[in-house]
Write a protein that binds this ligand. Structure first.
Ligand SMILES: Cc1cc2nc3c(=O)[nH]c(=O)nc-3n(C[C@H](O)[C@H](O)[C@H](O)COP(=O)(O)OP(=O)(O)OC[C@H]3O[C@@H](n4cnc5c(N)ncnc54)[C@H](O)[C@@H]3O)c2cc1C
Length: 362
């Protein structure tokens, strides 16, 4: 049995776990980050790796969190100044399905994208340079040690680690590790087509997005679903030297993780959905590889950030529906709450309350 150095152990090295680890290092905390995969190989199973990574520079709702998230690009800019390239850049937006006036205006809106090919390649280097201790392993069990002595994490290879403070940032796998999480944390399966190149017919690489994402409405009605439901959004964004096309979102009743859908079936549903969309039809038969991942989301909208009720020393950082906008603004606040001196930590907690993400059981 290994004992983690005093500090914070984070389970999950996607966007949430990685940006929280960096923010904790800025607070001077000792951080251990556990994830089964080298990040650059994670394309087939992490939501972060196959995300569009887009960041609208305006609020998508009238909540305090949405207003703060609209300024996430500043935070990405700051992270890049500190750690080097993370794939963030301003990007041109083309909206389809909007009226002509809005379509014309869209390309002048403040808009950015994190290229997840760059992010996934750079994260392991950036984390190591920042002093984060990375452990390549899958956590298979999580148990509290009697007498409030922390947590024991069991690994697939039979190894174990004991830690005082554990943050679950394992996306859709959080509930598998600790079932007593709030019901509103659910999960969907997402699929995209990975194209080898950005279609030359569209000119300069840019984000081509629908005016509204059907995924958001599907997530809102997740709690009332009585049978499996799915939607297809026809977007296209550059990624590395290629592009990501379309977005299939599938939710099962109850929102449990369960088995992934068959890739061939996901591809068929994704291509059929594109074919039935006025903009997507032209791209429905583009050659590309199907990628799918389980994605955590909260049916109520706001993510879950804070201590898990009745589980001292266990924290949750998950359920983001727009993680690229929400995680970079919330990670520094959670890091302050976890690792700063009492006064700034209390200020950070009040700010998380104002943003409607704290407490987790609320
Ligand atoms: C197709 C698609 C497009 C999207 N587009 C956008 C967008 O344009 N803008 C936006 O803001 N958001 C977008 N999102 C949402 C965004 O990608 C997510 O909110 C974000 O990536 C979630 O990050 P995460 O770290 O919480 O989860 P994940 O990326 O799922 O990371 C979880 C990590 O936990 C690890 N893990 C799992 N189980 C264990 C275990 N037992 N032990 C240790 N580690 C474990 C996994 O390996 C993984 O690395 C999109 C999502 C999808 C699927």
């Amino acid at each position: 049995m290994q004992v983690a150095p005093a500090g914070v152990v984070i389970v999950g090295g996607g966007l949430a776990g990685s940006l929280l680890a960096l923010a904790l290092r800025e607070q001077g905390a000792t951080v251990t980050l556990i994830d089964p995969l080298p990040a650059s190989d994670a394309l087939s199973c992490s939501a972060t790796a196959m995300s569009y990574g887009v960041l609208p520079g305006w609020p998508l709702a009238s909540t305090p969190l949405a207003r703060l998230a609209a300024r996430a690009s500043r935070q990405w800019h700051r992270l890049q100044q500190r750690h080097g390239d993370l794939g963030w850049r301003s990007q041109q937006l083309h909206l389809h399905g909007a009226n002509a006036a809005l379509s014309a205006v869209s390309r002048w809106l403040p808009f950015a994208q994190v290229d997840t090919a760059v992010l996934m390649a750079r994260l392991p280097l950036v984390l190591a340079a920042a002093g984060v201790q990375s452990v390549s392993a899958r956590v298979q069990s999580l148990a509290s040690v009697p007498a409030g002595e922390g947590w024991e994490l069991g690994f697939g290879d039979g190894g174990a680690l004991r830690a005082e403070c554990v943050v679950l940032a394992a996306g859709a796998a959080c509930r598998t590790l600790w079932p007593a999480l709030p019901e509103r944390l659910r999960c969907s399966w997402a699929a995209v087509l990975e194209l080898p190149a950005f279609p030359p017919a569209l000119g300069r690489a840019a984000a081509w997005l629908p005016q509204r994402f059907a995924r958001v409405a599907l997530e809102r009605r997740a709690r009332t679903l009585e049978q499996v439901d799915w939607v297809v959004d026809s977007g296209l964004v550059p990624r590395g030297s290629g592009a990501l096309l379309g977005q299939l979102s599938l939710i099962r009743p109850g929102g449990a993780l369960e088995q992934p859908p068959l890739p061939a079936q996901s591809e068929e549903e994704l291509r059929s959905g594109l074919a039935s969309d006025p903009w997507g039809a032209a791209w429905a038969r583009q050659p590309g590889r199907i990628r799918q991942a389980a994605v955590a989301f909260c049916s109520g909208g706001a993510p879950l950030v804070g201590p898990v009720p009745q589980a001292e020393g266990l924290w949750l950082f998950s359920g983001f529906s727009a993680g690229f906008a929400q995680v970079p603004v919330l990670a520094p606040l959670l890091a302050e709450r976890l690792a700063a001196a009492p006064e700034p930590a209390a200020r950070a907690e009040r700010r998380l309350q104002q943003l409607g993400v704290w407490p987790v059981g609320g």
